[in-house]
Design a protein around this ligand. Structure first.
Ligand code: TNX
Length: 531
């Protein structure tokens, strides 16, 4: 840098320091105690503080909701359910009176059209916190922003001191992508419903709206299928390393889908095929080309199993499995896997995927598959999930040019099962090490050549569980990377800034601590003391 350049930088720096110090000194005490809007993850589209204004949640606060809307009343009850244990306040939930009520109001009127179906407007004045949305999903998203603007202690399950203040604000916010997902592999290790509900609650805080459940793999089949009962009973009896197996009954699955829906999260079930099917092949000898059932498998190799493509029974099996699963799943998508089918010939693979796509469509669902499925004949509206480690894939680009939509899960960026660093106790590193910078610093709408913003449906963070066995393990691998992926899915790219993001992330630390989330304390982030 030249002399004048250095001088300009230095004087800019001096100005910044002076202004910062003055702002700190000038801030009234009540203002300093509130959480800045810049701490919210994902970063909102626009968020303007109102200087000198503070709302205080008190013992007389009521949560008002849109009159006549059960969905709004349910969201009010959800918010009050989070706030009551820590504040100790009654926080009744009631239909909003006409006019502008004081207190908290969750309304389905008056939101700008620009926020669409998932966005919201949040206004904080000295007397009221008002969330306005066009649809309940937007109200729910607005509630998550409000939650993050309250002190971290609000997440506690016992009464805390307060005060419960929110700084004055006007926020208009909506997502960049409609699909913001997280995948949990419940096949390599089984996670009981309570563990999945805990994850769902964590996803909701970051405005993730799809939960992809990887329900079958070589090591275990995790969903009861009435027409093929051995799949779960026998094929679900194992897990990686000989750990205990398990499966969801259809009632368990239905309850999970409903729980996720109460958090505005849609479940995407996956039955992985034609590879990753040893658990099914072990459960039914007649599904094997040679009529002999292999032993159950508890290792971690991939690519060795395949359903028998020429066998007619294979398609009866798939039709019945998909039929039962589709009937239990209100969401639009059914994921057919399709990855790593290295024991299936290329011709068989195409034949198989073509046929399975039709079966899924016949049961009224949109086909989602790992991006390997682009090698078969595309179905209209088919979606491919990119999991490669490069930034170009000619077959995916060609599919995108022909209308296939893509969910971005590049393994070296979005995989929550990759280690943070070499010494990370959990995880794998075949796709590389992923710390906060790697997870955050990419642009899903311009990452894969030939797959532009308009071809991208969204972003998903997969958590494979070969090495993950407990909820503590999930917490450690998902935090802090999951919020990074959530921000890539929600926030406009104009807000993208690694330095600012790391500060936002640090501000989440105290909240995770209160929530009992044992996160990885990445050295790339300065975590506030005590978090
Ligand atoms: C690759 S990514 C897989 C999974 C493994 C994962 C481990 C993909 C579609 N398949 O079967 O669990 O790597 O990181």
């Amino acid at each position: 840098m030249t002399g004048p350049g250095i001088r300009r930088t230095l004087s800019a720096l001096a100005l910044a320091v002076a202004t910062g110090a003055a702002a700190l000194l000038a801030a009234p005490a009540a203002q300093a105690a509130t959480i800045p809007l810049t701490s919210v993850v994902p970063a909102p589209v626009t968020a303007a503080p109102t200087a000198g204004v503070t709302y205080t949640l008190g013992s007389a606060t009521t949560v008002y909701t849109e009159p006549g809307s059960t969905a709004a009343a349910d969201i009010g009850a959800y918010l009050a359910g989070i706030l009551r244990p820590s504040t100790g306040y009654a926080l009744p939930v009631a239909p909003a009176p006409t006019g502008s009520p004081s207190g908290i109001a969750l309304l389905l009127t008056g939101a700008p059209a620009s926020v669409g179906a998932q966005g919201y407007q949040l206004d904080v004045t000295s007397t009221a916190v008002t969330v306005r949305a066009n649809q309940p999903a937007g109200l729910f998203a607005g509630v998550q922003t409000l939650r993050q603007l309250l002190p971290a202690a609000v997440e506690a399950t016992t009464v805390q001191a307060g005060p419960w203040q929110v700084g004055g604000a006007h926020v208009v916010d909506y997502p960049r992508f409609g699909y913001r997902g997280a995948m949990l592999d419940v096949a390599r290790h089984f996670f009981p419903p309570a563990a999945v509900r805990r994850y769902v609650d964590q996803l909701a805080l970051y405005k993730i709206n799809y939960l992809h459940l990887h329900l079958s793999d070589d090591q275990g089949w995790r969903i009861a299928i009435n027409s093929w009962p051995n799949l779960a009973v026998y094929g679900g009896g194992t897990a990686v390393g000989g750990d205990p197996g398990g499966y969801y009954t259809q009632a368990d699955y239905t309850a999970l889908v409903a729980y996720a829906a109460s958090r505005y999260i849609t479940v995407v079930p996956e039955i992985d095929m034609p590879g990753h099917t040893n658990a099914a092949l072990a459960s039914y000898a007649q599904l094997n080309c040679n009529g002999v059932a292999p032993a159950r498998y508890t290792g971690t190799n991939v690519g060795f199993s395949s359903l028998c493509v020429p066998l007619a029974l294979t398609y009866t099996f798939i039709d019945q499995v998909v039929g039962e699963l589709a009937a239990l799943t209100p969401g639009p998508y059914l994921h057919i896997g399709g990855d790593e089918a290295s024991s299936t010939s290329a011709t068989d693979y195409t034949t198989f995927i073509d046929r399975v796509q039709q079966i899924v469509a016949a049961h009224g669902k949109t086909v989602l598959g790992w991006h390997d499925v682009v090698h078969a004949t595309p179905q209209p509206s088919r979606i491919a999930q990119f999991w490669g480690t490069g930034t170009s894939d000619a077959a995916v680009a060609a599919a995108a040019a022909n209308g296939t939509k893509v969910i971005m899960s590049p393994a070296n960026r979005a995989y929550l099962d990759m280690k943070y660093k070499n010494s990370t106790r959990l995880g794998q590193k075949w796709a590389g090490l992923i710390d906060v910078d790697k997870a955050y610093d990419w642009n899903p709408g311009a990452y894969l050549s030939g797959v532009g913003e308009s071809s991208v449906l969204g972003v998903e963070a997969p958590l494979w569980t070969e090495t993950i066995r407990t909820t503590a393990d999930i917490d450690y691998m998902a935090f802090p990377r999951l919020p990074a992926l959530a921000e890539l899915g929600w926030s406009p790219y104009s807000t993208h800034n690694l330095t600012a993001f790391k500060t936002r992330l640090g501000a989440q630390g105290p909240r995770w601590r209160v929530m009992g989330i044992g996160y990885y304390q990445s050295t790339q982030v300065s975590w506030p003391a005590g978090s």
